[in-house]
Structures are given as structure tokens and as C-alpha cells.
Design a protein around this ligand. Structure first.
Ligand code: PLP
Length: 401
């Protein structure tokens, strides 16, 4: 399979100044804690893994995916969504998406007709926590005996809570609790038909792994603070950045049939840490959701005033817990480069399997994933917004690319 990758090594980006994922647990008040501390019995409909990618791998395997079969996956993706299918040596076909990242059903129909191997599974993603209506997609899969795997990796979906409009379409549902809670790991596999999980074997983490997880969680919670002075120094920093030429990253093409380095066969059956599950179980969902929504709205309100960008989802539906704030920028060169050098925490899916989906090709370098998680402080958010505002308003001496 052909992958297109942006290698940032020559750019020399510093570490982000703010954690892209939650790094301090939001625990309930002591009285709420007392009411909740009775451990709840693990449901038979769930299996815990260390990451969503391994839960996905199990879902693919249960769907019958192997070297004789094919997976339909969205053209806009992170490589960890494809890795587990590649580990099974399955064929992967990418289906086109529309600008709001919903599947293009007409294109999907045509793609399916062109595939020779039996298509065993289709992966459908609720990007950034915004629930999509997959009812037509579900009918499409049911009519063709394709297993629908609902990707809730960007959704607040735990054993005891599922965000509205999600988790009810898939034969299997997969989520990544570590993206929503300040824990070291977590990947969840759910199916309404619990007997399907009877033969899923997982192994518990060792005590050393548990201790390492606690150490990581503690280290992450100690990230540096953003001070008022940091906001006023953005101008100066941008001045010196824009006076120097942008050092381009390497745009690479890689042909490979094996999973990426982000997939480890050794971790495929390892359960998530007990301390991670405890953090998820004891965290306040209401506060998590409220803070994420407030932060998302702060981003929304800010970007209406900022030029050269627009969000993908300007409407945050009620009861939605956003994962990150998706922002389309008009000029990644030089803006992405400057923002990264300022230390703004940005994720971007700039390594992707090649497809004929125009939207995904465009989003690969233009769509930024910005944090809106519950552990952000007001200063951190203000610093990110100011950095974005000042950067996107500036052009380099040679103009935009
Ligand atoms: C939409 C989506 N699905 C699945 C995955 C895999 O999840 P995990 O990181 O838990 O392995 C990711 C990873 O970022 C993702 O963004």
C-alpha cells in the first residue's frame, strides 16, 4: 500500500508547551466518590485493551478479516486505524468522504463493485466526537453482509457512558478512553452480542506495567504552566520566526504492506491498566463534557475573528463531548511551521495511505486538531488562541505558498 508522509525532522519542532490530551484527572468530590467507589462489575459486552487500535484489531478479526478478505476504511485516517488490518494481511480499500467527513455513499457503492476479494468489514468514524447518522451505512452493510465497525475513538464512550448518537450502529464498537481521561492507556471493544466476545483472550498488565502507568500519569500532570508573560512574548517570537526562511519537512512516499511502528504485536492482547480503568470509572463525566464544550465554544468564538482559517464543525450539537477542535487553515506553509515552533500543541494526520479522495488529500496538510480537553486552564487556552490569531494574520516575506 502506498503511504504519503510528512517527515517533520528537518523542521526541528520543539515539544508542545501544552498537553494535547488531558493530563490531570478530574475526580469527583469526596462525597460523590463515596457513592461511586463500589467497583462495578465488568460487563460481558466489553473487552479492555491498551489502545483502540488493538480493540480494532480484535473487531477486524471477529469480522472474519484475513489475507483472503478486504476492509473498507475512510480515506481520512490515522495510520493506527489501518495497522491492525495490515497485521492481519488483509486488503485495505479507502472510501471517499465529504467535506464534513461523512461517507460518500455513491462513491462507496462504486468502490465496492470494483473489489474482487470479499469485503468483510467497514470502518465508520465519528470524527472529533461529532456523532454522524450511520443508519444508511448500517443498512448498506447489513444488505451486503459486511460487518460494520463503529469507530468511537473520538467519542466519550466508556463501559458506563456513551455520548448521544454513538455506539448503536456497529456490530462492533471501538473507543479510546485515554483520549478523554488523564490515564496512561485504554482501548475498548464493545458489542451488543456478548457471546461474540467469548473467545476473545486478553492478558492483564503486570504489576511493573501498572506502576509505570502511574508514574507516566504523574509525570504528565506536571507539565509547565503558561504565564501572562508568555502571551505578551508571542509577537517577538513570531517576529524572529518570520525573519528566517521556513525549513521544509520531507514529503515522503512509502510503499509498505506491514503495520506502522505505532502497532506492536506484543501489546495486541494486553488489557488496559487497572489504574487507567479506575481513573475512567471515578472521573466526573458531567464535568468532563461541560469543560470540553466550554473550551470548544471558546475556540469557535475566537476563530470567527481570525482570518485564513475555518472550523469543520461550527455547530456543537447538544450532549456532544468534543474530542478536539478541527481547524482548517488556508496556508499550512508557513503557518503550521510557525505554530509548531511556538510550541502550540497540534496534531495533524499528515501520514496517510494514498487515495483518490480530494477532501482527505486536502485535509492531510490543512486540517489541524487542536486540544479542547477538560484539563486545559484558561491561560493555556488564551495563549493558544492568541498564538493562532497572531500567526494566521501574518504572511512571510515571500507571501503564501
Ligand atoms: C479515529 C481514530 N480511530 C482509531 C484510532 C486508534 O486509536 P488508539 O490511539 O486508541 O489506538 C485513532 C487514533 O488516534 C483515531 O484517531
Amino acid at each position: 500500500m502506498k503511504f504519503i508522509r510528512f517527515d517533520p525532522k528537518p523542521c526541528g519542532f520543539p515539544k508542545p508547551r501544552i498537553s494535547p490530551l488531558p493530563n490531570t484527572p478530574l475526580l469527583p468530590s469526596p462525597s460523590a466518590w463515596l457513592c461511586r467507589s463500589i467497583p462495578r462489575r465488568a460487563s460481558r459486552n466489553f473487552r479492555h485493551f491498551s489502545r483502540g487500535r488493538y480493540a480494532l484489531g480484535e473487531a477486524y478479526r471477529l469480522a472474519g478479516l484475513n489475507r483472503e478478505g478486504a476492509l473498507l476504511a475512510p480515506a481520512y485516517h490515522c495510520v493506527t486505524m489501518l495497522d491492525p488490518a495490515m497485521a492481519l494481511e488483509a486488503e485495505v480499500h479507502l472510501y471517499r468522504l465529504q467535506a464534513d467527513l461523512s461517507p460518500d455513499l455513491d462513491a462507496l457503492e462504486k468502490l465496492l463493485a470494483s473489489i474482487e476479494k470479499p469485503v468483510k468489514a467497514l470502518l465508520a468514524t465519528h470524527y472529533f466526537g461529532i456523532a454522524k447518522d450511520f443508519s444508511r451505512l448500517k443498512a448498506f452493510c447489513v444488505n451486503r453482509e459486511i460487518t460494520l465497525i463503529e469507530d468511537c475513538s473520538h467519542v466519550l464512550f466508556t463501559e458506563h457512558f456513551r455520548a448521544a448518537g454513538t455506539g448503536s450502529y456497529g456490530h462492533f464498537v471501538v473507543s479510546s478512553p485515554y483520549k478523554f481521561f488523564a490515564c496512561d492507556d485504554g482501548g475498548l471493544l464493545y458489542t451488543p452480542e456478548d457471546h461474540l466476545l467469548d473467545r476473545v483472550k486478553t492478558v492483564p498488565a503486570t504489576p511493573v506495567e501498572e506502576l509505570r502507568g502511574i508514574k507516566h500519569a504523574w509525570e504528565r500532570s506536571r507539565s509547565a504552566r503558561i504565564m501572562i508573560g508568555d502571551i505578551s512574548s508571542i509577537d517577538l517570537r513570531l517576529e524572529s520566526l518570520s525573519a528566517c526562511p521556513v525549513v521544509p519537512g520531507n514529503d515522503e512516499i512509502e510503499e509498505r504492506s506491514a503495520p506502522s511502528a505505532l502497532f506492536s504485536g506484543a501489546l495486541a492482547h494486553r488489557e488496559s491498566l487497572r489504574c487507567s480503568r479506575l481513573i475512567v470509572d471515578q472521573s466526573s463525566i458531567t464535568d468532563n463534557m461541560r469543560r470540553r464544550r466550554e473550551n470548544y465554544h471558546r475556540w469557535l468564538e475566537a476563530v470567527t475573528r481570525i482570518s485564513n482559517c475555518q472550523t469543520l464543525f461550527s455547530d456543537l450539537p447538544e450532549h456532544t463531548a468534543p474530542y478536539m477542535f478541527p481547524l482548517y487553515i488556508a496556508h499550512p506553509d508557513p503557518h503550521f511551521y510557525w505554530l509548531k515552533h511556538l510550541g502550540v500543541p497540534i496534531w495533524r494526520w499528515d501520514e496517510m495511505a494514498d487515495s483518490n479522495c480530494r477532501i482527505s488529500q486536502d485535509y492531510r496538510l490543512h486540517l489541524l486538531h487542536l486540544p479542547c480537553h477538560q484539563a486545559l486552564t484558561s491561560n493555556q487556552l488564551e495563549w493558544m488562541i492568541t498564538a493562532l490569531d497572531k500567526t494566521l494574520n501574518r504572511s512571510s516575506a515571500k507571501g503564501f505558498q
